[in-house]
Design a protein around this ligand. Structure first.
Ligand SMILES: Cc1cc2nc3c(=O)[nH]c(=O)nc-3n(C[C@H](O)[C@H](O)[C@H](O)COP(=O)(O)OP(=O)(O)OC[C@H]3O[C@@H](n4cnc5c(N)ncnc54)[C@H](O)[C@@H]3O)c2cc1C
Ligand code: SF4
Length: 343
C-alpha cells in the first residue's frame, strides 16, 4: 500500500485567511481542492508539500453565477456540478463536455475546476511510483537530472493533460489569482507556459479563486478527446473549438485549441483566423483542420504512438468543427467512447 508522507494540515475559512497561510508558509505549502491528483502524487512522492491547505471550507470558492453581462465559476465548483448544469449549453457546451469527460463519476464528484486548471503535467517516466522512478535514476522533473524522453534536453516536456483548460481557452476565459499582495486577472491562455516543470505562471503564494467568462451570444463550442478507455483515461489529444456564427453559418469569430500534445494547450491561431469570413463547409473545415494539426507536436511520453496522434489531430479538429455547424456527431462520439483503444 502506498502511504501519504507526513504533512501539516490547514483549513482556512476565507480567501483572506488562505492567502495569509500561503504567504507565511512559502512554496512548501500547496492548496488542496478535491485531492484527486495531488494526493496520489504525494503517495508516489512526486509532490511532497510540507503543508496542505484545504480549500473545502472557503464558501467564496464554491459558487457559480451565470448572467447576461458576465459569468463566474468559483475554483471549487466540482466537475460533476459543471457537467450536470444545463446552463452550460450553446456557447459553453465545450466546457460541460470537457468536464463530463474527465476520469470517472466518483472522481468528478470530488475534482474541482481550479484543480483541473492547475493540474500537474504528465509523462510515462514521471507518473510512476517512487521505486519505479528510483530504478531509472528519476528524471529532471523530480529528483533526477536526465530527461528520458529527450536525454540531450535540459527542458522537461511533460504533457498538459487537463481537459477543461483547452475548452475554457476556446471560450476566451480569464482567471482571477489572489495573493496577500493583491490580485490579478489573467487570460487563461497566458496562465500556461511551454515547460513541463514550470508549466503554470501561478506564483506559489497565489490562489486561483475564479474563472471569468464574457457573454457568448451567437457562439457555439465543442470539445473532442482521445483516450484509450472511453470512460476513464486522461486525454492524449484533445480539441476545443468555438465560433460565433452568423445567421447563414458564416464564421464571424473563432478559436481552436489543441490540448495534450505539448506542455501547454496550444492555440491554433492560424486555423482560427482562416475560418473567419468563411462558411463552415467541407473545404474550409478540411483546410482549417490541416492548419490546426500542424501545431501539434506530440512526443513519445504518453499513451498511443506519437506519429499516429499527430496524424489524427486533423480528424479531431474536423469532428469539432462539424459539430459546430450542427452535424449530428452522435455516431462518431459513440465510436470513440467504445473503440478508443482500437484506433
Ligand atoms: C484515475 C484518474 C483519472 C483522471 N483522469 C483525468 C482526465 O481524464 N482528465 C483530467 O483533466 N484530469 C484527470 N484526472 C486528474 C484529476 O482528477 C483532475 O484533473 C481534477 O480536476 C483535479 O482537481 P482536484 O480538485 O482534485 O485537484 P487537486 O488534486 O486538489 O489539486 C491539483 C493541483 O492544483 C492545485 N490547486 C487546486 N486548486 C487550486 C486553486 N484554487 N488555486 C491554486 N492551486 C490549486 C493543487 O495544489 C495541485 O497542485 C484523473 C485523476 C485520476 C486519479
Ligand atoms: S519529459 Fe523528461 S524530464 Fe519531463 S517528466 Fe518526462 S522524462 Fe521527466
Amino acid at each position: 500500500m502506498m502511504r501519504l508522507p507526513l504533512f501539516e494540515f490547514r483549513a482556512p475559512r476565507s480567501i483572506a485567511e488562505a492567502v495569509r497561510i500561503l504567504d507565511g508558509e512559502g512554496p512548501q505549502a500547496m492548496p488542496l481542492a478535491g485531492g484527486t491528483d495531488l494526493l496520489p502524487n504525494m503517495k508516489r512522492r512526486q509532490q511532497v508539500p510540507k503543508t496542505l491547505m484545504s480549500l473545502n471550507r472557503i464558501s467564496e470558492l464554491h459558487g457559480t453565477e451565470l448572467n447576461d453581462s458576465s459569468s463566474r465559476l468559483g475554483a471549487c465548483v466540482t466537475l460533476s456540478e459543471i457537467a450536470a448544469d444545463s446552463r452550460f449549453c450553446n456557447g459553453m457546451t465545450a466546457l460541460a463536455q470537457a468536464a463530463s469527460f474527465v476520469a470517472t463519476p466518483q472522481i468528478r464528484n470530488m475534482a474541482t475546476l481550479g484543480g483541473n486548471l492547475c493540474l500537474d503535467t504528465r509523462c510515462n517516466y514521471y507518473n510512476q511510483n517512487y521505486e519505479w522512478r528510483k530504478s531509472i535514476g528519476f528524471c529532471l522533473k523530480k529528483d533526477g537530472d536526465t530527461c528520458w524522453v529527450a536525454p540531450g534536453s535540459s527542458k522537461c516536456m511533460a504533457v498538459s493533460s487537463t481537459d477543461t483548460a483547452p475548452a475554457l481557452m476556446a471560450l476566451g476565459a480569464r482567471v482571477r489569482l489572489i495573493s496577500r499582495l493583491g490580485e490579478r486577472e489573467v487570460p487563461l491562455a497566458e496562465l500556461y507556459q511551454n515547460d513541463g516543470i514550470h508549466y503554470i505562471r501561478r506564483q506559489p503564494n497565489e490562489l486561483l479563486t475564479e474563472v471569468l467568462l464574457n457573454p457568448l451570444p451567437g457562439w457555439k463550442s465543442a470539445y473532442w478527446k482521445l483516450r484509450r478507455r472511453g470512460s476513464f483515461d486522461f486525454p492524449v489529444l484533445s480539441v476545443a473549438a468555438a465560433a460565433r456564427l452568423s445567421a447563414n453559418n458564416m464564421v464571424e469569430e473563432s478559436r481552436i485549441v489543441v490540448g495534450s500534445v505539448a506542455c501547454l494547450p496550444l492555440v491554433a491561431a492560424e486555423a482560427s483566423k482562416f475560418l473567419v469570413g468563411r462558411p463552415l463547409n467541407q473545404d474550409s473545415i478540411a483546410a482549417a483542420a490541416m492548419l490546426a494539426a500542424r501545431i501539434a507536436k506530440p512526443l513519445d511520453n504518453t499513451d498511443f504512438d506519437m506519429t499516429w496522434r499527430k496524424r489524427v489531430t486533423a480528424e479531431f479538429v474536423t469532428y469539432a468543427l462539424r459539430e459546430l455547424r450542427g452535424d449530428d456527431m452522435r455516431g462518431e462520439r459513440l465510436l470513440l467512447t467504445r473503440h478508443s483503444s482500437g484506433f
